[in-house]
Ligand binder design. Structure first.
Ligand SMILES: C[S@@+](CC[C@H](N)C(=O)[O-])C[C@H]1O[C@@H](n2cnc3c(N)ncnc32)[C@H](O)[C@@H]1O
Length: 325
């Protein structure tokens, strides 16, 4: 398959930020593929339609990294609890209140996968959760799991675009985006939508893949760094990447409060090696083959994620803030 067919790196990729006047330098991760946002969205939808079943078979509800103590020895059975821990660590980092009066009553799960976070948050807070995904297969599966777990009245899912959300202004107490931001071609529009649907006083949590912050003397990443990210973009249907500092500037430009960011790359280090090991089991191998080329291609670039982290190029970032009252 040629780069033009793959529809990923560099889509809308000249400027992932697309926000004049914020002082954020634009940079392009990919210079190859020329593709519309529509084609990117179609690629994302098809990728998750094809791969979500395999992932669920092996990993369960959550399509995100686990959170681990740095340098901990991790056994195979620890990974699912590490994924739950990721949710808890994110909530704690953002200071989401636990107290029954102040805790979130309405949650939007932006890029919800098969709805693992929504169901977890619905249970934890008794909140009404609404998830959106580009993948019809995911939305259906998320709804079926909610029904099977007695949460149909608490969690609902639909196919919708995070950059144009089907929600009114100020609707949600908690705006949750767990590992979906990396798919968004226009980060300013993405963050703008998160802020728009947040109620006054709401917490916004973005956990996402970023590239390293640039030094003041740098205009862009180095060519070999761009090359590595390009390969990952091709396989995972990602547009141009941005840095954690870029996200912080975008949130500042929207006058959001209590903006905090952290690099959790060390805390996710055991994750990709575990995903690779699971793909190398007989069950993983057979499921991969059954799910088709898009999923296989995703599996083949997994070692590049490890390389990106090791080279300090890829950062696993959390960025949180609060909408003013
Ligand atoms: C890696 S999965 C994360 C799933 C989920 N947050 C979790 O932690 O299990 C990325 C998700 O982002 C969704 N996504 C990507 N781009 C999107 C967009 N523009 N609008 C809505 N969802 C999007 C995908 O459909 C997929 O569900």
């Amino acid at each position: 398959m040629g780069a033009e067919d793959t529809c990923c790196g560099g889509i809308g990729g000249d400027d992932p930020i697309k926000r004049p006047g914020t002082g954020i330098r634009s940079r392009s991760v990919s210079t190859r593929a020329v593709c519309t946002d529509d084609k990117l969205q179609q690629g994302i939808a098809e990728f998750y339609d094809a791969s979500s079943g395999v992932w669920e078979d092996i990993w369960g509800d959550h399509m995100h990294h686990g959170f681990y103590d740095p340098n901990a020895t991790v056994s195979v059975s620890d990974h699912r609890s590490a994924q739950i821990r990721m949710i808890e660590e994110a909530l704690q980092f953002a200071g989401v209140p636990e107290d029954p009066v102040k805790r979130p009553k309405s949650v939007v799960d932006v890029g919800c996968g098969i709805g693992g976070s929504s169901r977890y948050l619905a249970r934890k807070y008794g909140a009404q959760c609404q998830g959106i995904t580009l993948s019809p297969v995911q939305a259906q599966r998320a709804q079926a799991l909610a029904a099977a777990q007695g949460l149909a009245g608490k969690a609902s899912f639909q196919v919708a675009d995070a950059l144009n959300q089907p929600f009114s202004d100020g609707q949600f107490d908690l705006v949750w985006s767990m590992e979906s931001g990396e798919h968004m071609p226009e980060k300013a529009k993405f963050v703008g939508e998160l802020a728009r649907v947040a109620a006054p006083g709401a917490t916004i949590i973005i956990v996402t893949w970023c590239h390293r912050d640039l030094s003041p003397s740098e205009e862009s990443l180095r060519p070999e760094e761009k090359q590595l990210l390009n390969k990952i973009c091709d396989a995972y249907y990602l547009p141009a990447w941005c840095s954690t500092a870029d996200y912080v500037k975008l949130l500042q430009s929207l006058a959001l409060q209590d903006i905090k960011a952290a690099d959790w790359s060390e805390n996710v280090a055991p994750f990709w090696p575990a995903v690779i090991s699971s793909a190398l089991t007989w069950k993983g191998f057979v499921s991969l083959l059954r799910s088709g080329w898009k999923t296989i291609k995703g599996a083949l670039v997994m070692p590049l994620m490890i390389e990106g982290y090791k080279k300090d190029l890829i950062k696993f970032a959390i960025i949180t803030c609060r909408k003013p009252e």
